[in-house]
Design a protein around this ligand. Structure first.
Ligand SMILES: C[S@@+](CC[C@H](N)C(=O)[O-])C[C@H]1O[C@@H](n2cnc3c(N)ncnc32)[C@H](O)[C@@H]1O
Length: 326
């Protein structure tokens, strides 16, 4: 085996229009590794390859040596890994409660470097979209139930500010029948669907929570992701949702597309970051799954009212364009 420092340096170049959001970093035991997400079998039973929130050892390139951003895009220098090292790094990451998986580069327009998000009508629940959402989030729902059990949760108020089809909350209700599940969503079509699965659901923007401050035991955030909102709106919506969590309550932050917020930022707000990364049982595949405990000492920056209402504006200020490819 060639020593890491003696291995040749490779360079990954990614332009702003070349899906920089597929670049992921794994931080574990003081190492920072870089990889590039590619389509895989979300469910081994299926034949089609799709990109989702899963990354596998085959996508790992090497250990980061340097990262640059210029007007042409991103340049990441790394030393490549040898046979078996990617699997070993993934295994260590899967077993670590402090290891992190992040996507440092969001989708930016090369003209003006603005972030783009899906237009509201993208979420009109066509059968295809509903099938994709339910299929791509199946293992996320299983993981959420497993982690809530692991954290000693048995019953309480579970709030989802962007509940889409309602499938997520209905599976939580099934696993924790004594719980009260409350959802809201900006898309009327999604609300009509969700009403078929859960009782308490409202047509409302996550910027205006339908539950009182500090009233939820569990808050689910699967809307702070790439293409759903901009990073600035993800921060605002997170701070708005965080005000609804009871002291010692939990926030779960994950999604089908990359989470736009960092565990360092959560920690800086005073949350206990109980977990950052999860795996699928029996498969060496990792995905972002932040579990945050509201320690009672969190300090949330005030959100001027104007800003609260601004969340929707960015959707109106021409930031939305039909995003064809994830
Ligand atoms: C849960 S998110 C993301 C789903 C999937 N996890 C992903 O990562 O692609 C999609 C849902 O968020 C809803 N949504 C987006 N922005 C919202 C907002 N500001 N308030 C409430 N719901 C919102 C959409 O209407 C849609 O039903």
């Amino acid at each position: 085996m060639v020593l890491m420092r003696e291995r040749p340096i490779q360079r990954l170049l990614v332009g702003f229009d070349e899906k920089p959001f597929d670049v992921f970093l794994i931080q574990v035991d003081g190492l920072v590794a870089v990889g590039l997400k590619t389509p895989i079998r979300v469910d081994p039973e299926q034949t089609d390859l799709r990109k989702c929130c899963l990354v596998e050892p085959s996508m790992l390139l090497g250990l980061v040596v340097d990262i640059r951003v210029s007007e042409t895009g991103y340049a990441i220098c790394y030393r490549s890994l040898e046979e078996g090292e990617a699997e070993a790094l993934f295994t260590t990451t899967a077993e670590s409660s402090t290891a992190d998986l992040s996507y440092p580069f969001t989708r930016l327009r090369s003209q003006g470097y603005a972030e783009t998000v899906q237009p509201l009508h993208f979420w009109n629940p066509s059968p295809a979209l509903v099938a994709d959402l339910n299929r791509d989030e199946a293992f996320l729902r299983v993981e959420a139930v497993r982690i809530l059990r692991e954290q000693g949760f048995s019953a309480g108020v579970v709030y989802d500010p962007a509940c889409s089809t309602g499938t997520f909350l209905s599976e939580i209700k099934e696993a924790f029948p004594e719980s009260r599940v409350v959802g809201q969503d900006l898309n009327a079509g999604m609300i009509a669907l969700a009403r078929q699965q859960i009782n308490e659901v409202y047509h409302a923007d996550a910027a205006s929570p339908v539950v009182p401050p500090q009233s939820a035991d569990i808050v689910v955030c699967r809307h702070l992701n790439l293409d759903v909102v901009t990073t600035q709106d993800a921060e605002r919506l997170f701070l708005i949702a965080a005000r609804t969590v009871k002291p010692s309550g939990l926030m779960l932050v994950f999604g089908h597309t990359p989470v736009l917020l960092s565990s360092a930022w959560f920690e800086g707000l005073g949350f206990e970051v109980v977990r950052r990364v999860s795996t699928i049982c029996g498969r060496l595949a990792l995905f972002q799954f932040y579990v945050l405990r509201q320690t009672g000492t969190i300090h949330l920056p005030d959100l001027p009212i104007a800003l609260v209402n601004k969340v929707n504006h960015s959707r109106n200020y021409g930031r939305h364009s039909e995003i064809k490819d994830f």
